[in-house]
Design a protein around this ligand. Sequence first.
Ligand SMILES: [Cu+2]
Length: 255
Amino acid sequence: MKEWFSKLLGMPPLASSNGQDVDDLIIYVHWLMIALFVGWIIYFFYALYRFSSARNPKADYHGVRNHASSYIELAVAGVEAVLLIFIAVPLWARAVDKFPPADKSTVIQVVAQQFAWNARYAGPDGIFGKQDMKLVSLTNVFGVDPSDPNGADDVQVLNEIHVPVGKPVIIYVSSKDVIHSLKIIAMRVCQDAIPGLRIPCWFTPTKIGRYQINCAQLCGSGHAGMTGGFLTVESQADFDKGLNSKTAKKIQSAE
Ligand SMILES: [Cu+2]
């Protein structure tokens, strides 16, 4: 039933475990809206019939005498309260407060810019090299300190973010210039990228594939071009291979 309904709504493909909650909420809200829509339509036609001038040649100065409308309003408010308190708020709490442990996750830094996505990995050692705002430049958007040995194996990529399947991903989102927003629809995540802030968001990819990244804030004339960013979900082996080869290439070119 749920699957059939999400197909009817034209929900985009879902490829993360946390995203099912988001879809459920969207589906419940639509059920409520359908109920309200049908209810209002029925009431509309009832009112046309019941209060037509032919049936009521004389105005009634008293009006409604029962409390049915109050009870219906209370019931609708009750359903809305259930959706908010038991579904929406816990969902949001999990998204912003129940982060997976960093040592069991793929941790990535993302700096958005007009009009692309920079991403940075800690490399095989799992430790990010030091960063400093003062070092940020056109070619060093993360402000990486080249003197820190922990940063030697760090890997920086443009627009092509790879993550292993089945493992939580934590992305620290920031921006180099204006406000952007990292939106990966298949993962059901959306986080504003704000200059000067580094805001974490997380998801757990469940399906291998290549998913488009969108910018969800109108950020300038090339805004639409930010769809050039992609999240590739692959096996752990493929992910390790890709990361190691990028690290090796980086160290080679530095020597
Ligand atoms: Cu943007």
